[in-house]
Design a protein around this ligand. Sequence first.
Ligand code: EPS
Length: 369
Amino acid sequence: MLRFLTAGESHGPSITAIIEGLPAGISIEKALIDEVLKRRQMGYGRGKRMEIESDKVEIIGGVRKGKTIGGPISIVIKNRDWENWKEKWDKLEPILSPRPGHADLVGAIKYRHLDIRNVLERSSARETAARVCVGAICKIFLLNFNIDVLGYVLGIGRIKTEKRPKNYEEIKDSLFFCADKEYEKRMVKEIDIACENGDTVGGIFEVKAEGIPPGLGSYVHWDRRLDCQLAGAIMSIPGVKGVEIGLGFGYAEKLGSEVHDEIFYKDRFFRKTNNCGGIEGGVSNGESIIIRGVMKPIPTLKKPLSSVNIETKKETKASYERSDVCAVPACSVIGEAMVSFVIAQVFLERFGSDNMEMIEKTYREVVLI
Ligand code: EPS
């Protein structure tokens, strides 16, 4: 089964990942992975760290002569910021004031740390640099079967749009990876006001996967349901607090006759609506998969909230270290990566996973009805 692990600390030497279970014979272009890494760093509202980093992937295992060889793929992204931290790394004063909303307090309790740095270094969203590399590799694999996955933004703070992009071209010059240009100025303002007040902003992103064959996932066990796997993958992104598939919470106020996507046939089964977001009974139905996530405002606040010193137990203000005001655009890129990973996982489960030749043959031959 396709799986991956990541390792590394936000201000340590590097972030790494190992991806296991991809077939042999996928052509891997490093430039495509670097492009996604760059996208993850973009977006209006990012902090000073993104000015230091210029993330590039190094593939150190599993790829030879530009193709996967079937073994685990190992990747490294160097933290440029390490140069500024390595001398002081072991001598830093402990951080004692947990930020509400962050992993600080629960991490200190769970791992018995008396220095919150041991928590924040690993819980930092910097780890998602490795995830987007994994996702980019999965996306490269899926593109061989004309499956394309795209993440974009629908809302920043109170500014929300219903406009969705048809492709990446439509959002690539947007400050928010948002298709609605008219909203851009208002989104900028939303962030600028929060920034002036020492505050942060969240928002909503959506991921659309097109070209999905029917039959991915299964209804036979809870954990094999595709919607379950996708929802878990989106919820695993730091800061995400809610997930919706297709119409999502909008189902609540509608009648059955209004929402279920009627079935038609012309060369293949198809629907004229897609309220179910491409998934019925935990299985893909051949329509586009649509999933949304909400990212909470980042917990690191310049104007800190009340907290308690973990050593003295006295009232204090939460610690503040340089941070982003808004990272929702980045979150849309990470969402795209996580969806690409899950789709690749269920795709390999359905069509085989050893080598591309075999998978392409099975894919062509599988009867889609
Ligand atoms: C991030 C790197 C971090 C933060 C952010 C994401 O860098 P630093 O802590 O050095 O400023 O900008 O981390 C968080 C939002 C978080 O909660 O930890 C990155 O590479 O995306």
